[in-house]
Design a protein around this ligand. Structure first.
Ligand SMILES: [Zn+2]
Ligand SMILES: [Zn+2]
Length: 797
């Protein structure tokens, strides 16, 4: 009898390893590696979902092995390479197997349901119970589901279960199973010949309507696709349907629309300029040696053409490709470009797909029908047949980091996947991450410059805010900024003020000399902690009382850097009366963004104050002055990547807001700060050199590996105890590894969302394997399971 190694869907890290189960004779032809099954587990023989990672001839287990009860899937849902990647993720990020697996199975989810079965034999039943059996158990084989039982009859069912006439059994069902044929039909839209004529002729067609018609001109689209263009598309289309410009019909699947008569022919071949051809040859040469290449992008259009060329070549050798974008960039225009070149082989995977659409896509990728998938990070986990190329676009975007456990950056997964699946990979960005540039310097990743560096040199002034104060300006805005804003107001040019609302009053600064208290061990800014009015280091726990006087200059003007958009707005109304202020920040609805963009375009806004959303969602033209108001606060966020985030964000802000005539300003209390200088000089190289030097000195990633454990729950005393227990265990275990590694005492981070009190433990190690070897031991000892708090783990993030 064959043996299957099975991971169980459960939450105890300690038993999160593969168990041996016998494959019963009747299932031998059915069970495959990469399938979900039902097994019985534990003393009570609980029915549990499991996942088969391996099938072998015999077991080393000396006890009696149990049998697999039944299969859930009818075919493998993960291929061999995917299982290897999943196991690697479990180990490297120290997650549960099923947590890692969930990324691969999100398109083929199963749900549990309780089925009721009637026992054979005769029983002593009352009238009502007899009626129930006859009425509900018409077919003995099939399970009766609770939703089929009318609420008023459910009491009878309970009675029958108590009498042991009916028994309950847990079952698993694949959610995406579409039994009814009609349920898989989707509404599609087609532009009629009349409609095509009308686009230019009919003046009554609105702007949005015209845009939708333009989309449909190329090919028919489903409701799901149109939603990508406009959430209100149904409203916009209704009058066009009445005019018979557009017809509505049912299709079976998203993909079929591409095969419909009347759609334009696709599959154009990619034509490169001679410069791009040169880049492409470089790329081909480089990938012969190393699979990974970084595209340093100075020309977006060239970048895409090179992507298309690289994909085209993969398809020629019958391989597939996946392109990962940050969520926010999934525009319809981009999808269209891919359709144009690769037609029906393209699949789009994004967060707005229904479970059914996802499952359909999963199947078509598995069958090899879809060879080019564009999408968000989860697209990488689809079961590709012969994957040849992975592309990660706009790599710096934080949307590439997963938000649930295991927490990873998709570029790290791509790198490992490329190793396991023998694929090439391209990482593209205009401003690289420090970690990525480090790999390039170490020659682990090759680099090609795409397009010419012909960036407009902006003139950005650095304003010393201490100086302002010494000259009597106690306000938050410098005199020169106010002067620029006033003259912009007169000349009808907009002022844009960038302020990051995320930072609260968490760092403390001397307003006289700009001194900020930093941790003597970790080099990061200390955070203000109102619990006991002290300053804390979030990494090592170093603690000091807030000094009465500045240790540098002796001034008593020590203040928090707390200040928000609302206060700034209030302040401005006082200083420049009559000014029209627009504010933009996170969580704006699409309609609000649109409205604001309209107001900006028509000159209704004199001053725009906003957070990072400015960079992503707003079109800025005619900007008189663009200013970074509170950059100091962002530079002193109290984590080691603060400067990198500042560089990435503020460079993009100035790039976006400024043209040749815009004045750029950075207000700061640290006029000598290197990061600020690199932003002014628009030099990533300069920033990188300073930053990597700092990370080398203070031992931060990418120089060392850094793991942070968050321990959280609502009870203050328990979470503190738990944090120290885990700390002691790690410290003890770490002794085995000699020098070059350190674990820092738990630090109370504060109350996070959901009212949990969070402690953090930081572990640094110069060898990548230490964490991976140490954690299984901690888990084996049962430390994490015994804690009353939850633990989440982040690595180099
Ligand atoms: Zn001072
Ligand atoms: Zn420290």
């Amino acid at each position: 009898m064959k043996i299957a190694e099975v991971f169980l869907n459960q939450t105890n890290k300690r038993i999160d390893h593969a168990y041996d189960y016998q494959i019963p004779q009747q299932l031998e032809a059915v069970i495959e590696v990469g399938m979900r099954v039902v097994v019985s587990f534990g003393i009570g023989n609980r029915r549990v979902e499991g996942f088969v990672i391996r099938i072998k001839e015999s077991t080393d287990y000396s006890g009696k092995t149990k049998e697999i009860c039944e299969n859930i899937d009818t075919q493998s849902i993960l291929n061999k390479e995917q299982i290897e990647l999943c196991l690697w993720m479990k180990t490297v990020y120290c997650s549960l197997f099923y947590e890692a697996l969930s990324y691969f199975t999100m398109s083929v989810q199963v749900k549990q349901e309780i089925g009721y079965f009637k026992k054979q034999g005769s029983f002593d039943l009352n009238l009502k119970e007899n009626w129930f059996i006859e009425h509900y158990f018409t077919d003995d084989k099939n399970a009766l589901l609770i939703k089929k039982v009318k609420p008023e009859d459910r009491l009878v069912l309970t009675a029958l279960i108590e009498k042991k006439v009916v028994y309950a059994k847990k079952n698993w069902k694949i959610i995406s199973d579409s039994s009814g044929e009609d349920s898989s039909a989707e509404t599609s839209y087609r532009l009629t010949a009349l409609g095509k004529e009308a686009i230019d002729r009919d003046k009554k067609i609105g702007k949005k309507q015209r845009e939708l018609m333009e989309c449909l001109r190329r090919n028919d689209m489903t409701a799901g696709d149109l939603k990508m263009v406009s959430t209100q598309f149904e409203k916009s289309l209704s009058s066009l349907i009445l005019k018979k410009y557009i017809i509505k019909y049912k299709t079976l699947a998203q993909a079929q629309r591409l095969n419909l008569p009347g759609t334009e022919k696709k599959d154009q071949s990619v034509i490169l300029t001679s410069r791009e051809q040169h880049n492409y040859n470089q790329y081909r040469e480089l990938t012969k040696v190393k699979p990974g290449v970084f595209f340093h992008v100075f020309d977006g259009a060239s970048k895409y053409r090179l992507f298309f060329k690289a994909i085209e070549d993969q398809l020629k050798s019958n391989k597939s490709a996946v392109v990962i974008f940050p969520e926010v960039n999934m525009t319809f225009q981009r999808m269209e470009m891919f359709y144009k070149y690769f037609g029906e082989q393209v699949g789009v995977f994004h967060g707005r797909l229904t479970q059914k659409q996802r499952s359909e896509l999963h199947q078509r990728v598995q069958k090899g029908e879809l060879k080019v998938v564009i999408g968000v990070r989860s697209a990488l986990f689809l079961p590709f047949k012969k994957l040849g190329l992975i592309i990660i676009d706009d790599e710096h975007d934080p949307s590439h980091i997963s938000i649930s456990t295991p927490r990873f950056h998709i570029a790290d997964i791509a790198k490992k996947a490329s190793e396991i699946m023998a694929t090439d990979y391209i990482i593209a960005d205009d401003t690289p991450r420090v970690a990525t540039w480090y790999q390039i310097e170490k020659k682990e990743l090759a680099m090609i410059q795409i397009g010419e560096v012909h960036r407009l040199r902006h003139t950005i002034e650095i304003i010393d805010m201490q100086n302002e104060m010494h000259q009597g300006n106690m306000g938050i805005l410098s005199r020169i900024l106010l002067k620029y804003m006033r003259s912009g107001f007169e000349q009808k040019r907009m002022s844009v003020l960038f302020i990051n609302n995320k930072g609260y009053a968490n760092s403390v600064l001397c307003r006289n000399c700009g001194h900020i208290e930093k941790c003597p061990h970790c080099g990061i800014s200390l955070k203000y902690f109102n619990h006991d009015h002290s300053l804390h280091c979030h990494y090592c726990g170093y603690k000091m009382a807030i000094p009465q006087r500045c240790p540098d200059c002796g001034s008593d003007k020590i203040r928090h850097m707390g200040f928000g958009i609302d206060q700034l707005e209030e302040y401005l109304r006082k200083v420049i009366p009559g000014i029209r202020i627009g504010t933009v920040q996170g969580n704006m609805k699409r309609a609000e963004i649109k409205k604001m963009n309209k107001a900006i375009a028509s000159g209704e806004i004199d001053v725009l104050i906003g957070t990072q959303v400015i960079i992503k969602h707003f079109n800025l033209t005619n900007v008189g002055v663009a200013a970074a108001v509170l950059i100091d606060r962002d530079l002193n966020q109290g984590n080691y990547q603060a400067s990198e985030t500042v560089y990435q964000t503020y460079s993009r802000f100035f790039e976006k807001a400024m043209d040749g005539t815009t004045k750029g300003l950075i207000q700061t209390h640290e006029p000598e700060n290197e990061t600020i200088y690199s932003i002014k000089n628009e030099s990533f190289q300069e920033f990188y050199r300073g930053e990597i030097h700092y990370r080398e000195m203070m031992k931060y990633p990418p120089i060392v590996n850094m793991v942070s454990f968050s321990i959280f729950q609502k009870n203050e005393r328990e979470v503190e105890n738990d944090a120290f227990r885990l700390y002691v265990a790690i410290k003890e275990e770490l002794k085995k590894y000699g020098i070059g590694h350190a674990v820092y005492k738990p630090v109370r981070i504060g109350v996070t969302r959901g009212g949990n009190i969070t402690y953090q433990i930081v572990l640094k190690s110069s060898e990548p394997g230490v964490f991976q070897n140490l954690m299984p031991e901690i888990i084996r000892l049962g430390i994490i399971e015994e804690l009353k708090s939850k633990v989440s783990i982040q690595k180099n993030l």
